[in-house]
Design a protein around this ligand. Structure first.
Ligand code: LEU
Length: 478
């Protein structure tokens, strides 16, 4: 909180080691004056800030970033508080611990820290914060599901759920508990994506948010480590950009006018092309998984890897392009006509009714959110552009909509935007300022945050679709 950052001169004179905030802004990517301040005059933002403060006993940086879209923030706060603090099949300490495990999978030190505080606030056992070796076997058994849902959700099977429902009474999971666990894991995977994608900075009470120095000395922790190794800067000018907003608008208009009559085979072919393309390096000659190491100033996860390592098993496991997925596993494309949000919603309603409603409203708010603006233009129908972003995320995770024309993705999403979407949705911890700055140069920050809200929701839905489909199969078979 920027207001608390002054003082300490007396101590400096006595050569006492004093903490100095490493970062004072809410986000590393978004300038301070773009975000509503704590004492904002904007009534809606102020009332949401107050509501959030009452719920969490703090005003979190991520909430302030989301505050750029109050309509969504309202839905988010309602859902978040319900997931963590209302009735349900799981104990409160289990819920916040599952949140920690999910955030750790995406190396989101920020969220891990917040959820640790939440865990302790709810009376959680401090010992558990030493890591997976210190928690009940039942909770530890969720590690595999967490790992798959976070990185390769297409690998989740009914058997994974069956394994969790077997064993001795103390470590056996009920179906209703599993439905809740899947929702929690997906919610926090999505949220970690949002925090990385918008460059949310650590809260002030995080130990890593301070460096220590004396008056004479320089800070003992450098502000941000320059990257070692290859230092070739990424030149986004080399990468195809739509650049001009006019061109983008023209393409959107054309697509609307020329509703093509395309055969099913042709639609399938276009999906395959898009999926294949997404698996190639979006920047010629560059592996996105190693992307951030090539960008000066990218220092990896804020707070350091050791901070969250204790909460994950098999830390090397990461996203793999769906097009190049484990060949022997023969995993087919996920067809939304066979299993879609309505199916997932029905399963959730059976076990977790109120949350199903909340998630449905939140998703619809995010999907339909529009101000009818495009950079500096007003009164623009942005439906096709927003839908293309959503579809691109689902495509990278192997989910296909039979009635969607995938060539829209290629026509509407400029390459730097695709780089951003792929990085944030698949390797969120590798998101850097350069990737954030690289796309939509003429757009506002609030529009980039809007994109991040869509990525959070689209990615969360991917997890829910795969997870709940497998859980339904498991229930049918048992
Ligand atoms: C993500 C943005 C392109 C959304 C746009 N500003 C709209 O209001 O619809």
């Amino acid at each position: 909180m920027p207001g608390l950052l002054k003082g300490n001169t007396e101590d400096e004179d006595k050569n006492v080691v004093v903490p100095t905030p490493v970062r004072v802004d809410v986000s590393r990517f978004i300038p301070r004056d773009e975000i509503h301040p704590i004492d904002t005059d904007d009534e809606q933002a102020h009332s949401l800030y107050s509501e959030s403060f009452i719920q969490n006993c703090r005003l979190e940086h991520m909430v302030m970033v989301m505050g750029l879209h109050p309509q969504y923030l309202q839905q988010f706060l309602d859902t978040n508080v319900h997931l963590l603090q209302s009735s349900g099949a799981l104990s409160y300490e289990y819920r916040s611990y599952i949140a920690i495990m999910a955030a750790a999978r995406h190396q989101c030190t920020y969220l891990v820290h917040l959820m640790e505080a939440q865990f302790l606030l709810q009376g959680g056992n401090r010992e558990w914060l030493k890591g997976l070796d210190h928690i009940p076997a039942k909770l530890r058994a969720l590690s595999k599901l967490n790992r798959l849902l976070a990185h390769r959700p297409w690998l989740v099977t009914a058997q994974d759920f069956k394994d969790l429902t077997e064993g001795d009474a103390a470590s056996r999971w009920q179906h209703s508990q599993l439905a809740q666990a899947v929702v929690l894991l997906c919610h926090f995977h999505g949220l970690a994506i949002f925090c990385h994608g918008t460059g949310v900075n650590l809260e002030l009470d995080h130990s890593k948010a301070h460096s220590f120095h004396t008056r004479s000395g320089s800070p003992t922790t450098p502000r941000s480590k320059p990257t070692s190794g290859s230092n070739t800067p990424v030149d986004f000018r080399q990468i195809e950009q739509i650049g001009d907003v006019e061109v983008l608008m023209e393409r959107m208009r054309k697509l609307q006018e020329e509703e093509e009559d395309v055969t099913t085979e042709e639609r399938n072919r276009r999906f395959e092309i898009e999926k294949e393309e997404a698996s190639y390096s979006l920047i010629p000659g560059m592996d996105i998984a190693k992307f951030c190491f090539l960008i000066p100033g990218a220092s990896g996860p804020v707070g350091g890897a050791a901070y969250f390592a204790r909460y994950v098993e098999d830390p090397q496991f990461s996203y793999q392009d769906f097009a190049k997925r484990d060949a022997h596993a023969e995993i087919p494309t996920f067809r939304a006509q066979d299993y879609n949000w309505d199916h997932a919603f029905t399963v959730m309603t059976g076990y977790y009714g109120e949350v199903a409603e909340l998630l449905d409203e939140k998703y619809k708010t995010a999907y339909n959110l529009t101000y009818k603006t495009l950079a500096t233009r007003d009164n623009v129908d942005t439906t096709s552009l927003r839908r293309a972003i959503w579809m691109y995320v689902h495509c990278m995770y192997g989910i296909m909509y039979d009635d969607y024309n995938y060539s829209e993705v290629n026509q509407l999403l400029e390459r730097p935007l695709k780089v951003f979407i792929k990085t944030v949705s698949c390797f969120p911890e590798k998101t850097t300022q350069a990737v954030y700055d690289g796309f939509w140069k003429q757009f506002r920050h609030s529009e980039k945050v809007h994109v991040n809200i869509m990525l959070l929701e689209a990615r969360m839905q991917v997890g829910l679709l795969y997870g709940l489909r497998a859980l339904t199969q498991c229930m049918r078979e048992s």
